[in-house]
Design a protein around this ligand. Structure first.
Ligand SMILES: [Zn+2]
Length: 519
């Protein structure tokens, strides 16, 4: 059977500010999805990058008395340096100022212009300088920009426009005939309701008199292209469109991770641009909600909780990744507060998982001098956790395949809680006192160790470091990929019987809420 492929991307992040929590979430979600697909046997490609043109960049650079080039190099570097700290395994980092990208943008514009879908027209309208866009009268609130609260200025400008309306019926049909194209469902509904209104043509240029920091239109050197043709094209330029091997291999499986504020360009403009250029449409969009950080923007112990570097430095990368995946229902909004983060670390990570791990290994050390008992060599079917483990693997797989990360995590923690109860029920310390119960004790500890192995394998996409730490503690030889394929995890008795396990280091120290460091 041919290996299935999966291409995931994040949006390219606009470099007018430092990376924040929202950037971190989208990128970690795409990373978790990628690692899961790898476990599930897919050949994957994962793309992220930075969006580096436009007048907001020029303004931000001016403010710091730098050239746009110096400024974008500096901010893009912050993103490139952040991802390894968050264990993001992207295959490529694209920058829209790179010549290869610029070449593909020019190619796409030329193609659509040649087909007659780009035209020149003069436009008079209400323009908000803060938003860098024209507004329709009906979009204003009391005559003012809804974002900036200032009245837009009437300006007249000639520009290039992309005719979108003739593709509207095609797009509606495509969405309706491709379930899951826009995921989750509520965003499909939102896009279809946008499409009930006639689509206006999209202004795709700026005169060089107003903006020079952009890609010159290949058919008019007095204009640069503006925003969407420059930004969205990254998804194909990165893969080497039109004929690069990555494009051929991965484009048909492309799914874009985006936050809900950019579904219109991704769910409407982008498929229409592709259609107009005669390029196959991407496979789908994965849309997530916002993190609310209101009321807790500044934290006493770590400063700004929206700064992913500060959170990671303080609590560790796996705890941060776990929290983001556990706390947000993919598609809906969620709250980010340091208190909830700390309580998740203490209850889910230190207590449920960390204690289970050290408890089982300590008992194994005490009762068997660390030797792994053979769970297959015993005759206690009533003690087996194998069926439970296989059910968890199936639930995990179903949830992760549907991008329901919180459910995937919940499935694993359900199993952890099952194991904690199993210890209380079977009381290994009592069995250890009865010489007749020696085999039963072996079965109990053997099953718990196999259960821990299962957990260690399954947490890999969300917590790669902890997964490795646990598997090493269980004396498992890690494959070169760093993970065990999903289909191989469920089989019981994979730990080498007789291997000697030592007392593990604590996986997650409890965070003392009363005595935060520095206070
Ligand atoms: Zn505005």
């Amino acid at each position: 059977m041919e290996t299935p492929t999966q291409f995931f991307s994040t949006p390219i992040y606009y470099v007018n500010a430092k990376p924040h929590l929202g950037h971190a979430y989208t990128t970690i979600a795409a990373d978790v999805a990628t690692r899961f697909k790898q476990m599930d046997g897919y050949d994957t490609y994962f793309l992220t990058g930075t969006d580096e043109h436009g007048d907001k960049i020029v303004q931000a650079a001016d403010k710091e008395q730098q050239s746009p080039r110096e400024y974008v190099d500096k901010i893009s570097r912050l993103f490139q340096d952040l991802w390894p700290k968050l264990n993001i395994g992207n295959n490529q980092f694209i920058r829209t100022t790179h010549p290869d990208h610029i070449r593909v943008v020019e190619m796409l514009l030329t193609r659509i212009h040649d087909r007659g879908d780009i035209y020149f027209s003069s436009y008079e309208g209400l323009y908000c300088f803060g938003c860098e866009r024209f507004y329709q009268e009906r979009e204003l609130v009391d005559g003012k920009c809804p974002d900036h609260g200032v009245a837009p200025s009437a300006i007249k400008e000639s520009n290039y426009f992309f005719k979108m309306s003739q593709y509207q019926d095609w797009l509606i049909d495509h969405i309706k005939t491709h379930p899951g194209f826009i995921h989750p469902k509520q965003y499909e509904t939102e896009i279809l309701s946008f499409l009930k209104e006639p689509l206006e043509d999209l202004c795709i240029s700026r005169p060089k008199s107003r903006l020079t920091w952009g890609i010159t239109l290949p058919f008019d050197e007095n204009f640069v292209t503006y925003v969407w043709f420059d930004a969205l094209t990254n998804y194909i330029s990165a893969l080497g469109y039109p004929d690069g091997p990555l494009f051929t291999k991965f484009w048909p499986s492309a799914r874009h991770f985006v936050a809900k504020d950019i579904i219109k360009p991704h769910g409407i403009y982008w498929p229409i641009m592709l259609k107009a250029a005669g390029i196959d449409i991407y496979n789908g969009l994965n849309v997530h909600g916002f993190w609310n950080v209101s009321g807790s923007k500044m934290s006493k112990s770590i400063g700004n909780v929206t700064d992913p570097v500060a959170v990671t430095d303080r609590y560790g990368v796996d705890a941060f990744r776990y929290f983001l995946m556990r706390e947000m229902v993919f598609g809906l909004d969620a709250n980010f507060t340091e208190d909830v983060l700390v309580s998740r670390i203490n209850s889910d990570l230190a207590n449920d998982l960390g204690n289970l791990f050290s408890r089982v290994l300590s008992m194994n050390l005490k009762y068997f001098k660390g030797r792994v008992p053979d769970p297959n060599g015993t005759d206690f079917a009533d003690l087996s956790l194998e069926t439970d483990a296989q059910m968890v693997i199936q639930h995990f797989k179903d949830a992760m395949t549907a991008y329901e990360f919180h459910k995937g995590v919940e499935a694993i923690w359900g199993f952890i809680s099952r194991m904690n109860k199993y210890i209380d029920t079977h009381e290994p310390w009592r069995l250890a006192k009865e010489p007749d119960e020696r085999l039963r004790l072996e079965a109990v500890i053997g099953n718990l160790l196999e259960g821990l192995r299962t957990v260690a394998c399954l947490i890999y996409p969300v917590m790669p470091e902890t997964s490795t730490k646990m598997l090493r503690g269980l004396c498992m030889v890690l494959p070169e990929t760093g993970f065990f394929p999903l289909e191989k995890i469920g089989k019981w008795g994979q730990m080498s019987a007789g291997a000697c396990l030592e007392k593990p280091d604590s996986l997650f120290p409890r965070v003392d809420v009363l005595k935060k460091p520095g206070h």
